[in-house]
Structure formats: C-alpha cells, structure tokens
Design a protein around this ligand. Structure first.
Ligand code: ATP
Length: 260
C-alpha cells in the first residue's frame, strides 16, 4: 500500500480582481499522486506552480477546496484537528529557509527539545537532552552546539539543525520544501547526501520539492512536474529527465546547463 495517496487535490484561493469582482486563483487544480514507503517522490516546477500549496495542504496548514489525501489509508484532509494530532508526529517538514524557521531566541537544546516535549511527554529534560545530542551528532554537528543559538551557525549548519528538529519526533514521512535552494552550491550536495543517508537509516519516505530539476533527479525515484496548479508530467526520475514528454519539462531541463 502507498504511504500517501493524493487524489484530485484542489486548492482554490478566493481573490478580488478589478472592480471588486470575485475570482479564484487555482493554485492546485486536480493533483493526484502516490508515494510508496521508503521512496522519494520529487515535485518540481517553477515559482508559482503550486508546489508549496500542495505541501501546506498535506500538513493541514491550509484548507483544500477538494480532493483526498490518504495517509496509510486514512483521509487526513477529512480528519478533525484532534484526529490528525498523532499524525503530526509522523509527518514532518524541512523548510527552505533555515534562518527564518529557527527561533533566534531559542538555544539549539530548546529548538530540538520542544517537539519532544509535545510528542514524548514521558521524557524528562535529561532524556530530551541526550536525544538531542545524539541527533546533533547524527546530522554532523558538535554536541556543544546544544547551548548555542541559531545565528552562531552557517546556513548549511542551520539546515542540519532544521533536519535534526524534523527527526526529533521520529517521523515516517518528511516533506522537504526546497531544502537546499537557500544554500551555497558548495554545501548543497552535503545536505542532499545527508538526507539520503538518513532516509536509508530511518526508513523515511520523502516528498522532495524543488524548482531545480537536477537536484530533484539526484534525490527522487519518481518525479512529478507541476505547472500552473496541474501535473504536466509524471514518471520515473530517469524517464522524466531523459525522455520528457511535455514541452514544459523540456524547458525546465534546458535551463540546467549540465542536463540540457
Ligand atoms: N493565500 C493565497 N491567496 C491567493 N493566492 C495564493 C495564496 N497562496 C498562494 N497563492 C497563489 O497560488 C499559486 C501557487 O503558489 P505556490 O506558493 O504554491 O507556488 P510554488 O510553486 O510553491 O512557488 P514558490 O516556489 O515561489 O513558493 C501562485 O500563483 C500564488 O500566487
């Protein structure tokens, strides 16, 4: 069974166009896909194609207009917040901007401890601290980072902290939303390889979102290509990159010098 099966997801935002006329932006307009356990589905498209709206809908941060998202067979979109709460632990997010997504006034110990406090209520402070130290080590940061603040780290190190925070609640499914696009090219590969190693070690399933098809290909088993709220192409990573069927995919490929 797929871990996640999305059926005909629709997110239409009401807007007012000229003269106060009501209209809608079809940010996501009938998107369907599935992800098998332990695999990575890449979601690629230019800015504005609807990628972030898909991820926000899957985490129930916005209310979709229609469709289903079956996580282990249960439709999370139809669930109440209370019913969804245990699944929040299962489904974690790695954000694009590791600076903006880490509270500058919290130490790394608090940043990694907070989700544990919420989801592992039986853990005491010492246990949380030990788990956080182990996580830091696993993502390649020194243990003495616990007492430090986010601004004391480089962009790549902050993204390692963001990844450690996502892993702190032992999730099954990670949505990685442009996890390397704010980073220098020189550190991108090390973060991507870390994500790959963690996937194998913890049997994680990924929805990996990026605008850069080369990055997505490196990470993904299958790829979907989105443009203007719809999927224009869907296939194995090799088929999509080597035998693209759609002009939009060819355009994305042509914009990558090493692949185009
Ligand atoms: N709250 C909102 N109200 C109205 N329109 C919105 C809202 N959120 C997103 N949109 C529109 O929906 C479309 C898809 O946006 P989305 O952010 O999902 O794209 P994206 O592919 O993730 O792009 P980016 O990489 O720039 O974030 C865009 O046209 C955007 O302007």
């Amino acid at each position: 069974m797929s871990l996640l099966r999305v059926e005909n997801l629709q997110v239409h935002f009401p807007i007012r166009s000229g003269l106060g006329k009501r209209d809608v932006v079809k940010a996501v307009d009938g998107v369907s896909f599935e992800i098998q356990p332990g695999k990575t589905l890449g979601l690629v498209g230019e800015s504005g194609s609807g990628k972030s709206t898909v991820s926000r809908a899957l985490l129930k941060l916005i209310l979709p207009t229609g469709g289903k998202a079956l996580y282990q067979g249960q439709d999370i979109l139809a669930m109440s917040e209370a019913a969804f709460r245990p699944l929040r632990k299962e489904m974690q997010m790695v954000f694009q901007d590791p600076i903006g997504s880490l509270n500058p006034r919290m130490t790394i110990e608090s940043i990694l401890g907070e989700p544990q406090e919420i989801h592992f209520k039986d853990r005491g402070r010492a246990q949380r601290r030990a788990a956080s130290a182990a996580l830091l080590k696993r993502v390649g940061l020194p243990e003495d980072s616990l007492a430090r603040y986010p601004h004391e780290f480089s962009g790549g190190q902050r993204q390692r902290i963001g990844i450690a925070r996502a892993l702190a609640v032992q999730p099954t499914f990670l949505i990685c939303d442009e996890p390397v696009s704010a980073l220098d090219v020189s550190v991108q590969a090390s973060i991507l390889n870390l994500l790959k190693d963690l996937q194998t070690e913890f049997a994680l399933t990924y929805l990996f979102i990026a605008h850069d098809l080369a990055v997505v290909r490196h990470m993904s088993d299958d790829i979907i290509v989105m443009n203007r709220g719809i999927i224009v192409e869907h296939g194995s990573a090799d088929d999509v990159c080597e035998r693209p069927q759609h002009d939009y995919t060819r355009k994305l490929l042509a914009s990558i010098p090493e692949l185009g």
